[in-house]
Design a protein around this ligand. Structure first.
Ligand SMILES: C[S@@+](CC[C@H](N)C(=O)[O-])C[C@H]1O[C@@H](n2cnc3c(N)ncnc32)[C@H](O)[C@@H]1O
Length: 237
């Protein structure tokens, strides 16, 4: 029986993909790369493209709508799109191993484990292997020369879209906080961090390890600016 591999490609810098990720994709007959928008490109595939010869492979870009958060679409429609994508993967598994490259690490806010769950529901006996990748937060912390947690410190990783009450509770009770998906909520975060007297302890990393990489040590400068979706804030007290 052929194997389905969910593969972390790292955060964007092509040199931050693992040898194991590349070797695994090289032996796969098909690559199914996720993208969030029908007309968009797959970021994970973009990383892989420059690193290996894809000519002999079947390469498919498939739209995996964000689970349960797709604007204007019912959960049922989202589920249907996922099941269709899973059926496509099962179909191509007949011809050989299939790789699913996904940005960063599959275990951190990734489409990868939704694909895993959908496939396991449809074909419980199938073999699925996960190849870990370097997370965006690891890349951001390395770029900023700051650790995420040391000794007895507590680190939290949270979507910045949580409401203020929940964010305040997490930020005040942890030593370091990684805020993901910050791009649409920066003004609200600035107000909250100012109130908590932590604005100077926060750094925003935009497209870390990618061509457009920017580091924003002063969050106040971000007011009125459009941030890329690939932006993460690290608060370290
Ligand atoms: C769907 S999650 C994917 C996380 C990924 N699986 C990981 O391991 O880091 C998308 C969020 O990850 C963060 N992100 C991903 N790539 C990034 C990058 N190159 N620079 C900064 N943040 C990034 C952003 O917060 C973005 O909103």
């Amino acid at each position: 029986m052929n194997t389905f591999y969910i593969i972390g490609t790292g955060p964007g810098d092509p040199e931050l993909i693992t040898v194991k990720a590349l070797r695994t994709m090289e032996k796969c007959a098909t690559l199914v790369a996720p993208k969030a928008k029908v007309n968009g490109d797959s970021t994970a595939l973009g990383i892989v493209k420059g690193l290996m010869n894809l000519e002999s492979k079947r390469v498919l870009e498939v739209c995996f709508p964000m689970h349960k958060v797709l604007n204007g679409k019912s959960t049922q429609e989202v589920e249907a799109a996922w099941q269709e994508a899973a059926r496509l993967i099962l179909h191509h598994l007949k011809d050989g191993d299939v790789a699913f490259p996904t940005l960063g690490d599959p275990a951190v806010y990734s489409t990868g484990f939704y694909v895993y769950a959908t496939l396991k529901e449809m074909a419980p006996e199938m073999e699925i292997k996960i190849i870990p990748g370097i997370t965006a937060m690891s890349c951001c912390s390395a770029t900023g020369n700051q650790p995420l947690c040391l000794g007895g410190e507590v680190l939290s990783v949270v979507p910045a879209t949580f409401d203020d009450m929940r964010l305040r509770q997490i930020i005040t009770s942890c030593d370091s906080v990684v805020l993901m998906k910050v791009h649409n909520v920066v003004p609200r975060l600035i107000t909250l961090l100012d109130e908590l007297n932590l604005i100077d302890k926060a750094v925003c990393y935009e497209q870390c390890g990618m061509v457009g990489e920017k580091v924003h040590p002063d969050l106040r400068q971000l007011v009125g600016r459009n941030l890329h979706y690939f932006s993460t804030i690290i608060i370290r007290k």
